[in-house]
Design a binder for this molecule. Structure first.
Ligand code: D41
Length: 675
């Protein structure tokens, strides 16, 4: 092969791109492209440099992974460089890695070498220096040679011990590991940011890296971060075991958190088996991983193997399919849900991500769409992790074509043309068409027949859409008037399927009160709330008769849910549907309402709880009061006897004071009970 000018230019262009992305990733914590795309650029460059070694220059990004950090933090020079990890993407590349290891060690090709196998956490690598067992310094990995001093921030992470436990540790010990934000905390953080109209994190890794680099440690402290150790650096004034796996175990005994999913496996096939088994459980793990890592377990063999250009020859990362990929937005549409919420959805050029082909991604709500400023034609990163709905994580603004336009919230419903409005303080825009809107009707019906509601098997989404379009279904009650003959006239509906459907409609008539309440699709009333309301009132008549105030005495029901329930049952057409459903034979066993002690020490008294109490949660306080015969409601009024106020009590406290209502703290409540 001859080296042409075109190839030379290609290599230079790849280097420029990679340098740019290194800067975005390492210095700005704001990567522009998904890792998978970065890996492809890097591999393309590596391939070129392999084919044409004369192309390799000492400043090529292949010769150094990462980039010098630029920041307001002090610099820490890593006395021993923090190495990087090579990648393999399939079984063949893994076999090749293993063959190279055996060949270098001059071991036979059938040697069952011991590897330490561990999940590869997707967070931020850090170094923790302990002197005489005391944490004296924390640093980011940076480019591996120089990191940033983040001592104040790592000190706020609860699972990082400020002092090692036990004894026998080297006088200087550098622990290396990965700081991460657990998936559930990441989702909760983003949900909260989204409803507050604030910027969200693109993924848990960014959340961890961004949190570690807060200038104010108080901000880091407020982020739910955790860490697992994966190796050591400096070891002076003492010694450690001779196997990697034993060193990690030892760190665990000194109080450092280590990953519980680690295993020592024998041979390359066992490595692959580990990869498969972790891959199966990937979505169930509480933290995000992007692969697994195999390390030759023996330190003696590690030393023999050494490293090339900053990556050890004795370790490799085996990557999982990416959770983030690059694609193009072909269209932005607005979908109307069961409760009328109008949600922007991106139609995408299909892309394989997280193990499936994705062609739609949610944009959550109009504010989020505007904050990210996603436009038709944009190159975007889609993210699909676990069972989370695929979402547009970010836009690559500098790849935006000319002539794109900002997307506006439609003034009218795309389905029924009713006005679209936004209530004060709500993130969702809503179609005002109610059940007149075919989309809301369709979604309400899908919900009504779903597995956790009336569970009508065979009445799928496509069928409901057909029946709504043909005006055969307007309300859930109409389902029970469908006849076999009219079903048979529908597309793809044979005699037998029609027969079976009629049977499952018939079977669904015998249900339970919690299912029935849930099936009605009252806003904010999910499965748990339905169950709670059902067991509180025992029979539907009691639910219908309950006042808003009384509804608030149900466990987990606050003022918002109580208002939604009351509003639903105040609508004449909803009551009509319920009557018709019962007329057609929908039934459930009824029971007596939950016993409410009428003679407890708090009988006849109405309480409101606000703020944070020192030892009880609000629900615990509510249970306590109710178990003693008291009533708990959500808002302060003339009927309130006591306000139980904890820390950060707000407007309710002011109202109570204005109305001259007795205010007690938790201690006051307890003494009221013991009187
Ligand atoms: O969980 C990880 N992210 C992880 C990263 C791990 N389990 N082990 C690792 N081992 C190494 C060597 C083999 C170099 C000690 C690593 C990393 N390195 C690593 N993390 C970031 C760059 C390299």
């Amino acid at each position: 092969m001859t080296l042409t000018a075109a190839t030379r230019n290609k290599a230079e262009s790849l280097r420029d791109q990679i340098r740019h992305h290194n800067y975005r990733y390492h210095a700005l914590d704001d990567p522009e492209i998904p890792d998978a795309e970065y890996d492809r650029l890097m591999r393309e460059l590596q391939k070129l440099e392999q084919d044409f070694p004369e192309l390799v220059s000492s400043d090529s990004p292949t010769q150094r992974v990462g980039d010098v950090p630029i920041s307001a933090f002090g610099t820490v020079r890593h006395e021993l460089p923090m190495l990087s990890l090579g990648n393999v993407f399939d079984e063949e590349e893994l076999q090749e890695f293993h063959r190279r290891v055996l060949a270098r060690l001059e071991l036979g090709t059938d040697t069952e070498l011991a590897y330490a196998a561990e999940p590869k956490l997707d967070g931020a690598a850090v170094s923790l220096l302990y002197e005489d067992g005391v944490l004296v310094r924390g640093a980011t990995r940076g480019d591996g040679s120089n990191g940033e001093d983040i001592t104040h921030n790592v000190r706020t992470i609860e699972s990082i011990p400020l002092r090692l436990l036990g004894a026998g540790f080297p006088t200087r010990l550098e622990v290396r590991g990965e700081v991460f934000m657990p998936k559930a905390d990441f989702e909760a953080y983003n949900d909260k940011a989204r409803s507050a109209g604030e910027k969200t994190f693109v993924n848990p890794r960014n959340a961890a890296a961004g949190s570690l680099r807060q200038l104010d440690p108080k901000l880091t402290a407020a982020r739910p971060l955790d860490m697992y150790a994966y190796s050591v650096g400096i070891v002076e004034g003492g010694s450690l075991p001779s196997m990697h796996s034993q060193i990690i175990d030892q760190l665990g005994e000194w109080g450092i958190k280590v990953c519980p999913e680690r295993r020592v496996v024998s041979g390359v096939n066992a490595c692959f088996e580990f990869y498969r088994s972790i891959g199966e459980r990937r979505d169930d793990l509480s933290y995000e991983i992007d692969g697994v890592v195999y390390k030759v377990d023996s330190l003696k063999l590690q030393r023999e193997l050494g490293f090339v250009s900053r990556a050890p020859r004795w370790a490799v990362a085996h990557k999982f399919p990416a959770h983030e990929e690059l694609t193009v937005v072909e269209e932005i549409e607005f979908q109307v849900g069961r409760t009328g919420a109008v949600t922007p959805v991106a139609r995408l050029k299909p892309v394989f991500v997280g193990g499936v082909t994705v062609s739609n991604a949610t944009l959550h709500n109009i504010d989020e769409l505007h904050r990210k400023d996603v436009r038709v034609g944009d190159s975007v990163i889609v993210r699909r992790a676990g069972d989370v709905i695929p979402e547009v994580a970010s836009v690559i603004v500098n790849r935006r074509p000319k002539g794109t336009r900002r997307v506006q919230l439609p003034k009218n419903c795309p389905v029924c043309n009713s006005r679209v409005t936004r209530e004060e303080g709500e993130t969702a825009a809503r179609c005002t068409g109610g059940l007149f809107c075919a989309a809301q009707r369709t979604e309400a019906l899908k919900h009504f027949v779903s597995r956790r509601a009336l569970d009508i098997e065979g009445l799928g989404a496509k069928l409901i859409e057909q029946l709504v379009a043909g005006d055969r279904l307007k309300t859930p009650a109409d389902i029970f008037q469908l006849t076999k003959d009219e079903l048979r006239e529908l597309d793809r509906m044979g005699e037998r399927s029609a027969e079976k459907l009629i049977q499952s409609v018939e079977a669904s008539k015998t249900t339970t009160l919690p299912r029935f309440l849930f099936a009605l699709g009252i806003r904010e009333v999910g499965e748990a709330t339905s169950a709670s309301v059902a067991s509180h009132y025992g029979r539907l008549a009691n639910v219908l008769a309950a006042t808003e105030e009384d509804l608030q005495t149900v466990a987990d029901v606050g003022p918002v849910v109580a208002a939604r329930v009351k509003a639903f049952f105040s609508e004449e057409h909803n009551l009509d549907v319920i009557t018709r459903l019962q007329d057609y034979g929908v039934e459930w066993p009824e029971s007596a309402p939950m016993a409410r002690p009428a003679d407890g020490p708090l009988a006849g008294k109405t309480f409101v709880i606000t703020g944070t109490l020192p030892t009880l949660t609000r629900d615990e306080a509510k249970d306590l009061i109710q178990s003693l015969g008291g009533k708990v409601t959500g808002s302060v009024s003339g009927k309130t006897d006591y306000l139980i106020a904890g820390e950060k009590a707000g407007s309710k406290l002011a109202t109570a004071e204005k109305l001259n209502i007795s205010v007690l703290d938790e201690l006051g409540l307890r003494s009221l009970i013991s009187d």
